[in-house]
Design a protein around this ligand. Structure first.
Ligand SMILES: O=C(O)CCC(=O)C(=O)O
Ligand SMILES: [Fe+2]
Length: 143
């Protein structure tokens, strides 16, 4: 990702991982829900991570991303991991990479499982946009 912005390869990694970083796992289980029209599995949110690695359920969809004001379902791709960007990446890239709003809907017929790995810096670490991505005229510092 750093190289695609003409940055040194470790520009994001050195802030994100530093001397000590956190890797947290969350196991999401959504049982059947008779009122899936009313009940969400996970409410709309933005991950605070740098990057989230998600293993979706093998055959039950549910994850949706907000794109231009519309909820768009994320398809299941067999044996693939879904990578989502979190707030730390949006900050470090000075807003070039966005951390999207997403949610999970429930299902009336099938339960759903997913595993998310959140990668983030040590809570005491102060992060900010990479200097090369700040330009007072064309791209002012956003964070
Ligand atoms: O279950 C999913 O597909 C996504 C869960 C999620 O957004 C999260 O755990 O932050
Ligand atoms: Fe999330």
């Amino acid at each position: 990702m750093a190289k695609s912005l003409d940055l040194e390869e470790n520009s994001f990694a050195k802030q994100l991982f530093g001397d000590q970083s956190l890797l947290q796992a969350r196991f999401n289980f959504h049982p059947l829900c008779s009122r899936s029209d009313l009940v969400l599995g996970v409410k709309p949110h933005i991950d605070r991570s740098g990057m989230t690695v998600l293993l979706q359920d093998r055959d039950v969809e549910g994850l949706q991303v907000l794109i231009d004001g519309k909820w768009v379902g994320v398809p299941i791709v067999p044996h693939a991991l879904f990578l989502n960007l979190g707030d730390q990446m949006q900050i470090m890239s000075n807003g070039i990479y966005k951390s999207p709003m997403h949610r999970v809907v429930t299902n009336t017929e099938k339960m759903r499982l997913s595993v998310a790995l959140f990668n983030e810096p040590d809570p005491e670490t102060e992060i900010g946009p990479v200097e090369h991505l700040i330009d007072d005229e064309t791209r002012p510092r956003l964070y």
